[in-house]
Write a protein that binds this ligand. Structure first.
Ligand SMILES: *[C@@H]1O[C@H](CO)[C@@H](O)[C@H](O)[C@H]1NC(C)=O
Ligand SMILES: *[C@@H]1O[C@H](CO)[C@@H](O)[C@H](O)[C@H]1NC(C)=O
Ligand SMILES: *[C@@H]1O[C@H](CO)[C@@H](O)[C@H](O)[C@H]1NC(C)=O
Length: 240
């Protein structure tokens, strides 16, 4: 999926990628080799999850549940970014639930990313497992002026955010900002899906941090969307 993220970057030469990309889905994955018949019990379980989830996210930012039994069992998960209001969360998941069937028709392993939410279902139980294989990455096109200072600041900021994110009361969510100069502030945010243990969450976050010095090296902004966590930094305020 990272190739899709990179392609979008080329098509979208804007400083503020979030504005350029709008509110639509950022990407999706359909990993299944099998085609699910419309009237099969797997399909019924997927539909059951999709109709439940839009109700459940009105009550909280995270929902995960299994539907059906045996070989047709479906595991579904939905999560909104921790700083998004419950109302906006439910708008986002509503959209995700209808878009995913169009993006991945007849698939029993599918996921869809928005900037504000993520939704996934699979015929195999993926709860608690770190998924960094399904991913999209975005880099701001602009380079930072002082790479070594920026890199150090980024590490210091995310060390702080990491320690917040893995505290049980924060349920995998953390964000912070750091002043780099009188006119420059760095904003960072990260979140693991609510099914992950602290150890699994740390693992996902540290994989995402590697992208900072890889695909996003010396860039003014970076966004990593994995199946199990979301990590982003910018030099403008993108928090809600
Ligand atoms: C799909 O099939 C290919 C070839 O048989 C296999 O390598 C791959 O792991 C399968 N993918 C999934 C998601 O099962
Ligand atoms: C699903 O529908 C097709 C076409 O209407 C039919 O041939 C098939 O037997 C149905 N399968 C099930 C599991 O109901
Ligand atoms: C909710 O969505 C509205 C409209 O897109 C936006 O202006 C607002 O900042 C969002 N608020 C939160 C907390 O998500």
């Amino acid at each position: 999926m990272s190739s899709i993220g990179r392609l979008l970057l080329l098509l979208c030469l804007s400083i503020f990628l979030s504005h350029c990309l709008g509110d639509g889905p950022l990407g999706n994955f359909c990993d299944s080799n099998t085609t699910v018949a419309e009237n099969s019990s797997i399909s019924a379980n997927i539909n059951h999850f999709l109709s439940d989830v839009v109700q459940e996210v009105k009550k909280g930012h995270f929902f995960a549940a299994g539907y059906g039994s045996g070989e047709s069992r479906i595991y579904g998960l939905a999560q909104c970014r921790g700083d998004v209001s419950l109302h906006n969360c439910s708008v986002c998941i509503n959209d995700a639930a209808s878009q995913i069937l169009q993006a991945c028709p007849g698939q029993d392993d599918a996921g869809i990313w928005y900037d504000e939410c993520f939704l996934r279902y699979d015929n195999n139980n993926f709860f608690g497992e770190v998924d960094t294989a399904d991913n999209i990455e975005y880099a701001n096109v602009n380079n930072v002026k002082n790479p070594s200072y920026f890199k150090k600041s980024l590490q210091a900021l995310f060390a702080r955010i990491d320690s917040d994110a893995i505290k049980p009361k924060n349920r995998g969510f953390g964000r912070a900002e750091m002043k780099l100069s009188s006119s420059l502030t760095l904003y960072g945010l990260e979140q693991c899906t609510g099914d992950l243990s602290q150890v699994a969450c740390s693992q996902c976050l540290s994989s995402a941090h590697e992208v900072f010095q890889g695909f996003c090296k010396d860039k003014e902004g970076c966004r990593v969307l994995y199946g199990s966590c979301y990590v982003r930094y910018e030099i403008y305020n993108f928090f809600f």
